[in-house]
Design a protein around this ligand. Structure first.
Ligand code: SF4
Length: 261
């Protein structure tokens, strides 16, 4: 197995200066247009103005995120590659479980993330040799061990900001006049899908607004930290059922027998 531990002492710029020419067009930056992702894009564009950038459009993104895609196009001349979930899987999931299944229980929330985020990401990664992300170790406990460079599922995953602090991100954005997602100004320190993200109070941590109704669960969608244990098994069963069914089933809220009939 290849070890990339030598990159732990490297700077973010140094890692990108190695990665971009090494992987060329088979490398892409994955972003949801949060501040960290924007820093990575800004840094990478200075090394290679034609760097590839992709995002996953889950179908539940806030309008401001679509505005950011346009902002990037105008500021950097980058055509963001949009990855969509498989329409038949979304149709089946919503038909079986309803459009807002994520509020009901954790396995259903993780199923939604699986269908709308993780599976589209896996499909995209199958076409790449390397991807770059904006993870920081101090964002949350589950990210504390994030290596700067690692090989996962046969693709090299690069987290050049792994050892950055929130303040370093802010400083870089100010110094380089990097575009910022409009939702930050509305009190969102972390940005994801519209129905699953809210603004936070000053006393709350920066991931508190993600899936805010869940208590004691890891605030992760599965793209960077996979579910495990009982939750994983439950999600696997739900996913298997969904793939096996693929038969449209008319979802109706509980008690709405007329709609279900
Ligand atoms: Fe679904 Fe919410 Fe996950 Fe988006 S964040 S994929 S809407 S559960």
């Amino acid at each position: 197995m290849v070890s990339y531990s030598q990159f732990e002492a490297a700077t973010a710029e140094g890692i990108l200066e190695w990665a971009l020419p090494t992987f060329g067009n088979s490398l892409a930056i994955s972003t949801s247009f949060q501040k960290e992702g924007m820093v990575v894009i800004d840094m990478a564009v200075r090394i290679n103005p034609k760097v590839r950038v992709f995002t996953i459009d889950t179908g539940r993104l806030p309008e401001e995120t679509h505005q950011m895609m346009e902002t990037i196009r105008q500021r950097y001349g980058i055509r963001v590659e949009i990855v969509f979930p498989e329409a038949s899987e979304v149709e089946s999931m919503i038909s079986w479980h309803g459009p807002n299944l994520f509020y009901r229980e954790v396995p259903l929330r993780k199923l939604c993330c699986q269908v709308r985020k993780v599976r589209p990401l896996d499909k995209k990664l199958a076409t790449l040799s390397a991807w770059v992300v904006g993870l920081r170790r101090d964002q949350m406990e589950s990210r504390a061990e994030t290596p700067k460079v690692e090989s996962r599922k046969g693709v090299v995953k690069i987290s050049p900001l792994a050892d950055w602090t929130k303040q370093q991100v802010e400083d870089y954005i100010r110094e380089h006049n990097v575009p910022v997602h409009p939702l930050y100004a509305k009190g969102f320190p972390s940005i994801g899908c519209g129905p699953c993200t809210r603004a936070v109070f000053e006393c709350e941590d920066e991931r508190a607004g993600r899936w805010w109704w869940e208590k004691g669960e890891e605030k992760e969608c599965g793209m960077h930290v996979a579910a495990n244990g009982v939750v994983k098994r439950e999600v696997d069963v739900l996913m298997d059922d969904l793939l096996a069914a693929r038969q449209p089933h008319v979802w109706a809220p509980e008690g709405d027998s007329a709609a279900a009939a």
